[in-house]
Design a protein around this ligand. Structure first.
Ligand code: FMN
Length: 184
C-alpha cells in the first residue's frame, strides 16, 4: 500500500483526536483516514508497509483492553492476531497518550507493550522522542533515555501537542517514505 496507515486504540476518544490531527497534518495524499483498532481486521493493517500507531495508557501490566478496565476492545484484543506474523519490512512509528501529573510513576507506560508487539515481530521501529519538556518519575516507555515513540499529554500539556506533532512528523516522514516508494 503506497500510503501511511494510521491506527489507534482509545477509550475516551483522546487518542482518536490525536490520530485525526496526524492525518490532517500528513494530508490525504500521504495517509489514509485513521481507524480504530477495534474495528480493524489484521489484513487491513498488514496491507501497509508504513504505519503510525497510537495507544492511550491504562496501567503498566499490558496493552489497554477490556481486561485493563477499558469500556471497549482495544490493542489487547487485537494483539493475538499478530502472533507469529512476520512484520519485517514494515516501518512503524508509535505515539502514546498519558497523563504525567496524575500517573507520574507510570507515565505513558502502555506504549512499551505496543513497541514490544511490533518490534518483537520484526518491524523496523522509528520515531523515538526526547523526554525533555515532560515532568514524571518513571515511564516503562523510556529506552536509552528516550521515549519509544511520541508522547502526548492532552491533560497536563495540551498546548504543546500541535508543536510536538509537527516536529515529530517532520522527523519520521523521511523515514516512512522509503516504505511507500517500495510499495508504489
Ligand atoms: C483509569 C485510568 C487509568 C489511567 N492510567 C494511566 C497510566 O497508567 N499512565 C498514564 O500516563 N496515563 C494514564 N491514564 C490517562 C490516559 O492515558 C489519558 O487520559 C489518555 O489521554 C486517554 O486516552 P483515550 O481518551 O484515547 O482513552 C489513565 C486514565 C484513566 C481514566
Amino acid at each position: 500500500m503506497s500510503k501511511i496507515g494510521i491506527f489507534f486504540g482509545t477509550d475516551t476518544g483522546t487518542t482518536r483526536l490525536v490520530a485525526k490531527k496526524i492525518y490532517s497534518l500528513l494530508g490525504e495524499e500521504l495517509a489514509d483516514k485513521p481507524k480504530n483498532i477495534n474495528r480493524t481486521s489484521p489484513a487491513e493493517l498488514l496491507q501497509y508497509d508504513a504505519l503510525i500507531l497510537g495507544t492511550p495508557s491504562y496501567g503498566i501490566g499490558d496493552l489497554p483492553g477490556l481486561a485493563t478496565g477499558c469500556q471497549e476492545a482495544n490493542w489487547l484484543e487485537f494483539a493475538p492476531y499478530l502472533d507469529d506474523v512476520d512484520l519485517s519490512g514494515k516501518r512503524v512509528a508509535l505515539f502514546g497518550l498519558g497523563h504525567q501529573e496524575r500517573y507520574a510513576d507510570r507515565f505513558a507506560s502502555s506504549l512499551i507493550h505496543l513497541y514490544r508487539l511490533f518490534y518483537g515481530n520484526g518491524a523496523t521501529m522509528i520515531g523515538r522522542w526526547s523526554t525533555e519538556g515532560y515532568s514524571f518519575q518513571h515511564s516503562a516507555a523510556v529506552i536509552d533515555n528516550q521515549f519509544v515513540g511520541l508522547v502526548i499529554d492532552q491533560r497536563s500539556q495540551p498546548f504543546l501537542t500541535d508543536d510536538r506533532l509537527q516536529s515529530w512528523l517532520a522527523q519520521i516522514k523521511p523515514q516512512l517514505l522509503p516504505a511507500l516508494a517500495q510499495a508504489a
